[in-house]
Ligand binder design. Structure first.
Ligand code: NDP
Length: 313
């Protein structure tokens, strides 16, 4: 049987939970489905030191737990379950949860986040949180005066390498092709930095270390006659090979860019559909921070409240 709700929030990172705090305080009786990874990407990090309000830092899972409890305190209905398909062709919008139950909603806040891409090496899982990271801004601080490697040749890799070079003593950048994909200005910034050593035509075979990352085995010109294996000593291994926004189930109705990020009207969380708002990393190719996600979650809830009252729902 279908269930009807006023405000449906899909996804449970900082954007979703913040939207739930605001929406429940505005008496929208929000229902939030947590998705496959309750708490989102931050639950895979350890210490979060840049979320305002925590002068001594907090772990990612604790921060998410606090946000969830804060939303529940005001009555948000937070549930296990993931949205598996949608029909946004008419109002009320319809969202299927776990392939079974259909929720009809007057307004929807999409906060399904993005997933960092990994190389697929077993060692990435083995050293997760112990030297492997997909976010230099989040974890770079822990590598002050240490040696790190960044994988990737796009703008993110260049930006993260330059950011890390301000903290670390040395940064290797591991690029699989002969050239970078990044914009000229980003390339220049990276290539002229004396602390950064770019290893073109290198791929990562595996990571080494006793409990924490201490090195990486690389291969140069894999499959060619002059193929060559090398080892580098590093303390941190940062992936910067792109993110995949979790927007697939909305794509038939909601406008996205070529990568899949939901397009919003600049400065707002409004999508191309009335009453549907996008917050957090699913709509943010640029900042991808917990605090910016929380900020847009707040905006989305305020927009949802205005939309409902202006349209007499
Ligand atoms: P991109 O898709 O632009 O680049 C990904 C990079 O990772 C490429 O160099 C790619 O290599 C490499 N890569 C992908 N898969 C693998 C793999 N399995 N092994 C090794 N290398 C791999 O992603 P970005 O995150 O860099 O950028 C996303 C978007 O955001 C872009 O449009 C970018 O311009 C924008 N952006 C802009 C910034 C700015 O302007 N300040 C900052 C950050 C991002 P290959 O080239 O061989 O395919």
């Amino acid at each position: 049987m279908n269930e009807k709700v006023r405000c449906l929030i899909i996804g449970s990172g900082p954007a979703g939970y913040t939207a739930a705090i605001y929406a429940s305080r505005a008496n929208l009786s929000p229902v939030l489905y947590e998705g496959m990874e309750p708490g989102g990407q931050l639950t895979t990090t350890t210490e979060v030191e840049n979320f305002p309000g925590y002068p001594t830092g907090i772990t990612g899972p604790e921060l998410m737990e606090d946000l969830r409890k804060q939303a529940e305190r005001f009555g948000a209905d937070i549930r296990f379950g993931a949205a598996t398909s949608t029909d946004l062709s008419s109002i009320p919008y319809k969202v299927v949860i776990d392939g079974e139950k259909t929720i009809e909603a007057d307004t929807i806040i999409i906060s399904t986040g993005a997933t960092a891409k990994y190389l697929g090496l077993a060692d990435e899982k083995k050293y997760a949180g112990s030297g492997v990271s997909a976010c230099a801004t989040c974890d770079g601080f822990f590598y002050r005066k240490k040696v790190v490697a960044v994988v990737g040749g796009g703008d993110t890799a260049c930006e993260e390498a330059v950011y890390l070079a301000n903290l670390a003593s040395k940064v290797f950048v591991i690029v699989r092709k002969k050239k970078l994909r990044a914009s000229k200005i980003m390339q220049e910034r990276m290539l002229t930095n004396p602390k950064i050593d770019v290893l073109f035509e290198h791929e990562t075979l595996g990571l080494t270390g006793d409990g924490v990352v201490q090195g990486a085995d690389l291969i140069k010109r894999k499959g060619q006659e002059d193929e060559q294996k090398i080892h580098i000593d590093i303390d941190g291994f940062f992936l910067a090979i792109g993110h995949k926004p979790n927007s697939d189930i909305f794509k038939p109705w909601i406008d996205t860019d070529e990568v899949g990020y939901i397009k919003t009207i600049p400065g707002t969380p409004r999508t191309n559909l009335k009453g549907i708002f996008a917050a957090g990393d699913v709509a943010d190719p640029h900042y991808r921070q917990a605090i910016t996600a929380a900020g847009t979650g707040c905006q989305a809830a305020i927009e949802a409240e205005r939309y409902l009252s202006e349209n007499n729902f």
